[in-house]
Write a protein that binds this ligand. Structure first.
Ligand code: HEC
Length: 452
């Protein structure tokens, strides 16, 4: 199944990355089919919730303030949604509707409980149970929070004392901004093979002073609801800069089309952003070095309905002095042969870590394309095995860098076992490795620092 596997450490690590979605976009844009099937079920359960609500109100003699022991919106439910849902479900947020006000949430009570219990919301494709690593700022509801949502829905979604309900906290901000990277004004256009998407790469100056590492960045999308992803690539040499600039010059409109990567030889991922995360922070005490004076490539994934709107996204960058620069450690299974029309096909590779010294893995970025379904990464060493990442709900809409709550040790000679499961149902022909939207990938990028 796997003939050639490549592990790249530090020097010359090429990283090709794509994000995007074709068929999924239709569902997201509300055509009501496809990948949102389960969610639709959950949402339609909401009407059941509303009926249950009436029944509960009746039977409790109109006591809908929830003074009985059960959970209420104001006391118990709104704080959970504030922590886990409101970063997207606010007016003007990325999600298509708000869950901030009781009146908005009440009719959806059963759906909220169901979709949360099914782990479809909030979007968090990696396992959050703690069975395979734990992550900082995990969008993961604890079991007792799920129980609270279910009990609240079952009881008919009692409001409690609405005057005491929390209001949305102001979103986190970056603090000191070293530089603002500005993307040119651009109106995304649908691509023939992606009717709801435009993947566009922009070569931009960072404007960063010499020295220091990027410790955090804040994305300010021009149009919140159409900004689905940002991936930042460093250009590793002058040839890559020339190549990217040439691609941009050839295009009549700003930027250039890209899908699988920055589309140039020597580039590698340095950061990624998804909606609902205003500020992306690298692990405490670490950062990513961007070569001063050299532009980077910012890939925007625009996802929109009928037509795109004029965008001008800005990225504020924070610099830290004296922080440990993170280095990507990449394991790739590039010899993919996924047969057509198979519900579950696994590609597996085992690669020895060829570094000179042990490293501490601080964050992990799993990556497949559109038909990737689950991924499992295991570190096998003399001392035993360690699970490095388990992704039971892989979704290329929601790719991100997950920060480990505690570093994961990787030593020279350790074997990294990568398992990627794909569903090729409906596909014709064999799917292989590549940068195109119909191609696939099976890769994991770790952000590492020397073992401490
Ligand atoms: C990171 C952003 C984000 C967060 C956080 C988030 N959602 Fe969503 N939610 C979305 C988006 C975007 C959609 C639209 C459908 C999609 O893209 O999957 C959605 C759709 C939904 C839907 C409708 C599903 C359907 O049938 O289409 C429900 C219900 C929902 N979310 C509930 C929640 C709850 C409850 C939470 C918190 C426990 C939450 N969401 C957290 C982004 C988010």
């Amino acid at each position: 199944m796997t003939a050639m596997v490549r592990a790249a450490w530090a020097t010359g690590a090429l990283w090709l990355l794509a994000c995007g979605h074709g068929e999924g976009a239709a569902a997201e844009q509300g055509s009501g089919d496809g990948s949102s099937g389960d969610a639709t079920t959950a949402a339609s359960d909401a009407s059941t919730g509303a009926e249950a609500s009436t029944a509960a109100d009746d039977s409790s003699g109109g006591s809908d303030t929830g003074t009985a022991a059960g959970p209420t919106w104001a006391q118990d439910v709104a704080p959970i949604l504030a922590a886990h849902c409101w970063s997207c479900h606010t007016d003007g947020g990325f999600a298509p509707f708000s869950l901030v006000d009781y009146d908005d949430a009440k009719p959806l009570a059963a759906g909220i409980a169901a979709i949360s219990a099914a782990r479809e919301m909030p979007p968090w494709p990696i396992d959050g149970t703690g069975a395979c690593q734990s992550y900082d700022d995990a969008r993961w509801l604890a079991d007792d929070e799920l129980a609270t949502l279910a009990a609240w829905a079952d009881a008919g979604a009692p409001p409690g004392d609405l005057a005491a309900a929390p209001s949305p906290p102001s979103p986190p901000t970056l603090g000191t901004v070293a530089s603002t990277i500005t993307l040119p004004p651009y109106t995304p256009v649908a691509e023939p093979e992606h009717p709801f998407d435009d993947y566009r790469c922009f070569v931009v100056d960072t404007g960063l002073p010499d020295g220091g590492s990027m410790t955090a960045f804040e994305v300010r999308p021009g149009v919140v609801e159409q900004a689905h992803h940002i991936v930042m690539f460093s250009l590793e040499d002058d040839a890559a800069v020339q190549q990217a600039l040439a691609l941009q010059d050839e295009d009549a409109v700003p930027g250039y089309r890209c899908f699988g990567s920055a589309g140039v030889g020597s580039s590698r991922i340095v950061g990624a952003w998804t909606p609902g995360v205003p500020v992306v922070r690298y692990p405490e005490g670490t950062g990513v070095v961007l070569a001063p004076g050299r532009p980077i490539v910012v890939q925007m994934h625009y996802n929109f309905g009928q037509s795109g709107m004029l965008d001008a996204t800005a990225i504020d960058v924070q610099l830290g002095e004296g922080v440990t620069p993170l280095v990507p450690v990449i394991f790739v299974d590039s010899d993919l042969a996924i047969p057509p029309d198979v519900g579950d096909h696994v590609e597996e590779s085992v690669t020895s870590f060829d570094g000179d010294a042990p490293v501490d893995l601080m964050a992990v970025f799993p990556h497949m394309h559109q038909i990737g379904r689950t991924m499992h990464v295991e570190i096998e060493s003399a001392g035993g095995n360690a699970c490095a990442a388990d992704v039971p709900r892989y979704d290329f809409h929601w790719q991100e860098m997950y920060r480990y709550a505690a570093p994961v040790r990787l030593s020279p000679g350790d074997q990294v076992r990568l398992q990627c499961h794909f569903s090729s149902l409906g596909r014709e022909g064999t799917t292989t490795w590549g940068e195109g939207s119909g191609d696939e990938m099976c890769a994991v990028v770790f952000f590492a620092q020397p073992a401490g």
